[in-house]
Design a protein around this ligand. Structure first.
Ligand code: 8YV
Length: 308
């Protein structure tokens, strides 16, 4: 009995978990486009599962070449580049790692909020440059104590951020498409209303076309000159040109960003801004969490394709 064949579209699964996939499945990929086309032409009808990530495109054209596909296991929370409607129409299972990585991503969201409001990047430079030693003063930051934190999105990640923020003394409010029954926090129906009632706005929504520019110029400027934006979701959710302008002219006080519109080719204007913390999409990127995410992918595929 040959092991079930799966297609691996992502190179982000760590070696130990990739070895686990190789041990129980016949694995193909990751492959360049020409080699992938050749594989699909030769064996596409034998591929039963896919291991992918939120950064890979899995569209209807690719799915059409996989008539026997039964499961897609996604090594990420975000599934905005996966044609989920096409999967649902064919009854193909889809799993992701939202629950696995939520605590890790929430840690980084809180770190970005603290670093942005307490000016940690500028503080580090102040010491390294010798400015402190030479007697130069360092301007105050803004406190998080009692600050109003608005959560835009309240899934696994938003809820994990809320637990941390509540324990740290922040006053929580949220905005989601529909109000959450039983969630005893102030609800706002729009991002603008949330920003008008927040000192810190944390973007924890899904990405994709439906949420493009959800955080627009008016919302950014409603946070104000002492306000802070944190984005650990997707770059396209925030109107980036408006963000750059508001950070540059003081309409927005500070930002902590782990995601960008055209990452990894980040707009060079960010590098010139002293009031922004920049991270290279590392919210889930720890040894422990990436290993757990890979194990979740292995288990999802095993359960779907090797169940007794
Ligand atoms: C991924 C992400 O975890 O989970 C997501 O949606 O944005 C990332 O942190 C990482 O890219 C691995 O796919």
């Amino acid at each position: 009995m040959h092991p079930p064949e799966i297609l691996v579209l992502t190179s982000m699964i760590q070696p130990a978990e990739r070895a686990a996939l190789d041990a129980i499945f016949t694995t193909h990929g990751p492959l360049g486009s020409a080699a992938l086309d050749a594989l699909l032409a030769a064996r596409g009808d034998r591929i039963l599962g896919i291991a992918t990530s939120g950064r890979e495109l899995l569209d209807s054209a690719l799915l059409a070449k996989l008539p026997a596909l039964r499961i897609v296991a996604c090594f990420s929370a975000g599934i905005d580049r996966i044609d989920t409607a096409a999967l649902a129409a064919r009854g193909i299972a889809l799993t992701n790692t939202s629950a696995v990585l939520a605590e890790e991503v929430a840690d980084l969201a809180m770190a970005l909020a603290v670093m942005a409001r307490r000016r940690l990047v500028a503080a580090d430079a102040h010491v390294r440059s010798g400015a402190w030693a030479s007697g130069q003063g360092f301007a105050f930051g803004r406190s998080l104590q009692g600050a109003r934190m608005g959560l835009l999105g309240f899934g696994h990640i938003g809820a994990a951020i809320a637990r941390r923020a509540a324990a740290a003394g922040l006053a929580l409010r949220y905005c989601t498409r529909t109000q959450r029954p039983g969630l005893d926090l102030p609800f706002h129906a729009t991002p603008l209303a949330l920003a008008q009632d927040s000192d810190i706005l944390v973007v924890a929504t899904t990405g994709g076309a439906a949420n493009r520019n959800l955080v627009d110029e008016a919302t950014l400027r409603a946070l104000g000159p002492h306000g802070t934006l944190v984005n650990i979701a997707r770059g396209e959710v925030v109107e980036e040109a408006a963000l750059l302008a508001a950070l540059a002219d003081g309409g927005l006080g500070s930002a902590g960003l782990d995601v960008f519109l055209n990452e990894p080719k980040v707009d060079p204007r960010f590098a010139a801004l002293p009031n922004v913390v920049l991270a290279p999409h590392i919210a889930s990127a720890t040894v422990e969490t990436r290993s757990a995410m890979g194990a979740h992918v292995v288990q999802s595929l095993r359960a779907a394709l090797l169940a007794a």
